[in-house]
Design a protein around this ligand. Structure first.
Ligand code: MOS
Length: 757
């Protein structure tokens, strides 16, 4: 079992506890719906219980008669609200109250506002409607869906990566495999429910909402309500889990803001767990067809990856994971194609490691099948196909420690004890299986801004509107400032999650540590330059006349080679009490107006550099499963992952993210699926009793190894993201281990005991 705070190795930062750990465990941290307000009114959403219909009439009279009801907003009462614009900051283009049409299960039909939450809930239950029910098609197997190529529908998939002639190479390959895989609908289910609290003061609107994207929300709220963004403030001091579901805004926000304006009092709407399954996004179900051609000694000469993803009728949301799978190994010829299947569902969206979780699952399952066909150890197959340049554009990786991860993890796991023959390892009533897979995630870096203030007393304030979604971004930003300004960690205060602060990108795509730390680093460098410049120019004191390049700050002192000066004295000499620097960090390859775009609510994430390189973080995951010979119960006694992600700012928070990822990967492999009732296109298991997630009893030994890696190309902070790395590949490793234990190859997730009977 690994320790919670691993000792830092090369290029790894101290495992300081989270800056907000105490606030969180004592309940002092205020989440969006915790903010106390006077004269608050309570909103409850009315959502549809049918997936597709035309609404003839909605009946609000009974609801309106419930004592305490203040207002009901429904069809035809959304004057002045623009429909959402699908994209960066909005989950959908569907304006649920703009037309009397239901396009998916659980669509918003009204907002009831009352003096108390209970009254609003009672009234919401009394809303009824007359409608014409239409047959809905909501899954891959329903008739009436429409399949279109994903290409050209979104910026995410600019092309279907390909190189060489796949068909020729595949036909000529002496060893071939072809297989299909499927992953299910999943929902994020962050513990903190979705909520919106809207407060007007004159024409100024303040919205408290759990968010991964406050500037994006501000822009979209302002657009929908047709007001200047400067009159909107979005505050999200803590976000109790998001995993992508709080990255884009749901249509409820503008409706709640409208209610608050109509009533001229603050309105809070907390969305129920059940409604959260349909008013926000989810992970689309996917299907895959993989074809491999290889030489008898294991070199992959042909690779084809075709994917099918479900989306809504109204929006073409694409996960599009072939951009990673086609670049992972040193293949010969490559073909890929992503298709969208349009159905009567709400628009899906990103969910923890969105493209890689399903696409790498398919690829890494197929790698295991190919290794078996070749009679080769699966680790060796990956070694033979390891590469320092990606095969599509022949661009080098900025760094790639994949095989070092495999070597460290294999050793810790004792992989060499594996007998490759399926079903050959057993301990009493338990069949034992060992499996492994690659983890990979692109290093996304976004334009970000930060303001850093240093006071004469050695206190530091860092401001950047990133989001503390549980990852520890406030903590690592404080570490960066403390290191650069030579002050203790606890002298640094960090403010985030508020559009009154300088903007940072959407907290998605695992970019935040890299982007925010790069902006903080830049602001600190500017501060140091100002201090050193002033000292250098000063005519007296022990450091007078020293070149700025020969000065440093440490332990509250500015130091040169022959003397030092306390920070307080430096400020005295400067005649200042506080100095402050604002910095805009624009990553290489981002447009020059990326900072302005950030203020306007659009994040720019890049994952390659101008130097013509591609950047990814890597890992290797090893799993032991045990399957009861009689009951077929599946247990996972050991998960071992080794990961390399450039500079690690904090080994404690890094391990925490990666461990969470491994556990979530296990959840994907064995538990999670949102079940759809094909008859009426509705989700069946819309709560945490029936939507299975792992509990502590499901999780035994989880070991995270942080493999040292130095990468100066990715960004000035040298950081690769790792928030989403951990759960990539895990499901494949587990299902590969299940095959090893049982000889049964299950290609659809999740694998449950009934699949093994
Ligand atoms: Mo994450 S799915 O990029 O919020």
């Amino acid at each position: 079992m690994s320790v919670a705070a691993p000792n830092p190795r090369e290029n790894q930062g101290a495992p300081v506890p989270r800056i907000d750990a105490r606030l969180k465990v004592t309940g002092e941290a205020r989440y969006a719906a915790d903010v106390p307000l006077n004269n608050l009114a309570y909103g409850v959403l009315v959502t549809s219980d049918i997936a597709r219909r035309q609404v003839r009439e909605i009946h609000l009279e009974d609801a309106g008669a419930v004592p305490g009801v203040l207002d009901i907003i429904s069809y035809g009462e959304i004057d002045g609200i623009q429909k959402p614009r699908f994209g960066n900051a909005s989950a959908t283009s569907l304006g649920p109250l703009h037309e009397k049409a239901i396009r998916h299960d659980g669509q918003i039909m009204a907002l009831v506002v009352a003096e108390t939450f209970e009254a609003a809930q009672e009234a919401a239950a009394k809303v009824t409607a007359d409608y014409q029910v239409d047959q809905a098609s909501a899954s891959f197997v329903s008739p009436g869906t429409e399949t279109i190529p994903a290409k050209g529908n979104t910026e995410r998939v600019r092309d279907d990566p390909a190189v060489g002639n796949f068909e020729t190479a595949f036909a000529a390959a002496p060893v071939k495999i072809e297989a299909e895989y499927a992953t299910p609908t999943q929902h994020h289910n962050p513990i903190e429910l979705f909520s919106t609290t809207a407060i007007w003061a004159g024409d100024q609107l303040t919205v408290y909402e759990p968010s991964q994207n406050v500037y994006g929300f501000r822009a979209e709220i302002a657009r929908q309500l047709q007001m200047p963004p400067a009159q909107v403030r979005v505050i999200s001091l803590y976000t109790g889990g998001g995993f992508g579901s709080k990255g884009p805004m749901s249509p409820r926000t503008a409706i709640v803001a409208l209610a608050a304006r109509r009533l001229n009092r603050p309105v809070r709407c907390v969305v129920s767990r059940m409604q959260g399954f349909t008013i926000a996004t989810y992970r689309a179900p996917t299907r895959h067809r993989i074809r491999f051609g290889a030489t008898t000694d294991g070199r992959i000469t042909a690779f084809s990856h075709e994917g099918w993803e479900l989306t809504s009728r109204v929006d073409n949301y694409v996960v599009g994971g072939t951009s990673t799978t086609t670049r992972l190994y040193g293949y010969g010829a490559v073909h890929s194609k992503v298709n969208l299947v349009k159905a009567d569902r709400q628009t899906p969206g990103y969910m923890r490691s969105p493209p890689e979780v399903p696409y790498i699952f398919a690829l890494e399952m197929a790698m295991d099948e190919l290794a078996e066909k070749l009679g080769m150890d699966p680790v060796e197959l990956r070694r033979i196909n390891d590469t320092s340049t990606e095969p599509i554009g022949r661009k080098p990786f900025t760094s790639r420690s994949l095989m070092r991860c495999f070597d460290e993890a294999a050793k810790a796991f004792n992989w060499s004890a594996r007998n490759p023959k399926p079903g050959s390892m057993r301990d009493g009533d338990w069949l034992i299986g060992f499996g492994c897979a690659t983890a990979v995630y692109p290093t996304n870096v976004g334009a970000a801004t930060a303001r850093v203030r240093l006071s004469a007393n050695g206190r530091v304030l860092v401001q950047s509107a990133s989001h503390e979604i549980g990852t520890g971004v406030r903590t690592v930003a404080a570490q960066m400032a403390a290191e650069q300004l030579g002050v203790p960690f606890d002298a640094v205060e960090v403010m985030m999650g508020d559009t009154d602060l300088p903007p940072a990108p959407v907290s998605g795509g695992s970019n935040s540590t890299a982007s925010v730390c790069s902006a903080v680093l830049k602001a600190c460098q500017q501060l140091r330059a100002r201090l050193f410049e002033a000292i250098s120019k000063s005519g007296s004191g022990p450091l007078a006349g020293k070149a700025p390049a020969d000065l440093d700050i440490a332990n509250g002192m500015v130091v040169g080679d022959r003397g030092s000066l306390a920070l307080g004295d430096v400020f005295k000499a400067l005649g200042a009490g506080v100095i402050e620097e604002y910095a805009e960090f624009i990553p290489e390859g981002a447009p020059p107006d990326a900072a302005q775009k950030l203020y306007d609510g659009t994040s720019t994430l890049v994952n390659g550099s101008k130097r013509g390189k591609v950047q990814f973080a890597f890992g290797a995951e090893f799993v032991e499963v045990r399957i009861n010979v009689r009951t077929r119960e599946i247990r996972v006694p050991r998960l071992v992952g080794a990961f390399a992600a450039g500079r690690i700012m904090n080994t404690r928070t890094a391990r925490s993210q990666l461990m969470g990822g491994l556990i979530w990967g296990m959840s994907s492999a064995l538990l999670e699926e949102t079940e759809l009732d094909e008859r009426n296109a509705r989700y069946v298991n819309r709560d945490l009793a029936e939507y299975y997630v792992p509990v502590n009893a499901d999780v035994q030994d989880v070991e995270v190894i942080l493999v040292p890696e130095v990468d100066h190309d990715v960004n000035p902070a040298g950081v690769k993201g790792l928030g989403e790395l951990g759960n990539v590949g895990t499901a494949a490793a587990i299902v590969n281990a299940i095959y090893h234990a049982t000889g049964k190859r299950i290609r659809n997730l999740p694998v449950r005991l009934e699949d093994l009977i």
